[in-house]
Design a protein around this ligand. Structure first.
Ligand SMILES: O=C(O)C(=O)C[C@@H](O)CO
Ligand SMILES: [Mg+2]
Length: 390
């Protein structure tokens, strides 16, 4: 048995070239505030956290988290690292409960659970490396020849720019496309028309034989969404994503009674959070984010629960931890895929920190049966573009 010797956390602050997004590129929860200019700025994040858990035998497992990394770092350094040091990484279920229960008063959602996620993902990477198996083989194994992926970008822009982007993306055979709305409740009827114009324009390019997902990123409200849903029906969306804020689970339940499936969960935490959503039939597609929800240990429990409710799980974001879970579960039909682009909103940053993420080829990606752990390493290729704090 080898024990955990140390936990190393680093915050990666992107200092390299950043593509400025055009205004109204994506609605978000801050749109309800009067200071809208700042809301668009604060939506973007250009920091990441890496969490390396090392054993006495010198094996290192890598975890990561994308939200509020400097706070997550502090939480790990001061609270969670001491709870796992000296322990056997294969006692992962116990370690998860220890992190969860000892910080329950403040850590069960948000920053605390994000920190637990980063440590847990590192422990799973470690278990894979120590057993010389890819993580998906420890989770249930291969359930798909390859993982179908959907193209996730198409931020709101001019109709021409969005159509050109969709046309370019079509060449890679993606199994679906996700676009973002740019207008919400404050933009009135005129904004509604702008939204509808763009959905129609994307459908015009991709046709009706492929899935189209529509993302609100919590930038609408219940009333606005109820008015939009009938207007969207004719575009046959695969789902409408996070129309209202994450805490409005009754709003989700009401909206999900209609003909367009409502998706969400990207900002929900732990098995208990998903039980509430499922009990209310609030979402038709679960989109937990493994590096927020409680890591792979929590994600696997949610997968089992979702299967019992027959609700598919399509984790938020690309990234290896999500691909391994998708590969190992029949009820995870497809993966989100962020195409590799210059740094814009921050979703792309992991491509600059890690090496090993697979490229989508003809709309699919695959995982290597012989690569132990998650199959990623920390790269120094773009080191000069980051300010790293330790
Ligand atoms: O990819 C998603 O589902 C997100 O919510 C990411 C963010 O970029 C807003 O679309
Ligand atoms: Mg989303």
């Amino acid at each position: 048995m080898t024990k955990i010797k140390s936990v190393r956390t680093r915050v990666w602050n992107w200092k390299g070239k950043t593509v400025p997004p055009q205004g109204n590129f994506c609605t978000n929860a801050s749109d309800a505030l009067y200071d809208r200019g700042d809301a668009m700025g604060s939506f973007r994040f250009h920091q990441w956290l890496t969490c390396e858990v090392e054993t006495e035998c010198g094996m290192i497992g890598i975890g990561n988290a994308a939200l509020a990394p400097s706070l997550v770092k502090l939480a790990i350094d001061e609270h969670y690292a001491p709870m796992v040091i000296g322990e056997d990484p294969f006692d992962y279920a116990y370690l998860w409960e220890k992190m969860y229960r000892r910080t329950h008063a403040w850590g069960r959602k948000g920053v605390g659970m994000t920190a637990i996620s980063a440590v847990d993902i590192a422990i799973w990477d470690l278990m894979g490396k120590l057993t010389n198996k890819p993580v998906f083989k420890l989770l249930g194994g291969r359930t798909k020849e390859k993982i179908p992926v959907y193209y996730s970008k198409l931020y709101a822009d001019s109709v021409e720019a969005m159509q050109a982007e969709a046309e370019e993306a079509m060449k890679n055979g993606y199994q679906g496309f996700k676009t973002r709305f740019g207008y919400g409740p404050k933009d009135g009827m005129k904004g509604m028309r702008e939204n509808l114009k763009r959905v129609e324009a994307v459908r015009e390019v991709i046709g009706y034989d492929t899935d189209l997902m529509l993302e609100c990123y919590m930038g609408w409200n219940l009333d606005y969404t109820k008015r939009m849903l009938p207007k969207l029906e004719k575009f046959e969306p695969r789902w409408l994503e996070e129309p209202v804020i994450a805490d409005d689970i009754h709003g989700y339940a009401e909206l999900n009674k209609g003909p367009i499936p409502i998706s969400g969960g990207e900002h929900e935490f732990s098995l208990m959070g998903f039980r509430q959503l499922l009990d209310l039939r609030a979402i038709s597609v679960i989109q937990y984010d493994t590096n927020r929800v409680g890591g792979i240990t929590a994600a696997q429990k949610i997968n089992a629960l979702a299967e019992a409710y027959q609700v598919p799980v399509i984790p938020h974001a690309g990234q290896m931890h999500n691909y391994h879970l998708t590969m190992a579960n029949v009820n995870c039909p497809i993966s989100e895929y962020f195409p590799v682009f210059d740094v814009e909103v921050g979703n792309e940053l992991f491509y600059y920190i890690f090496e090993g993420d697979p490229d989508a080829v003809d709309g699919y990606l695959d995982l290597d049966d012989n690569k132990p752990g998650l199959g990623i390493s920390i790269s120094d290729k773009y080191l000069a573009d980051f300010e790293v704090t330790e």
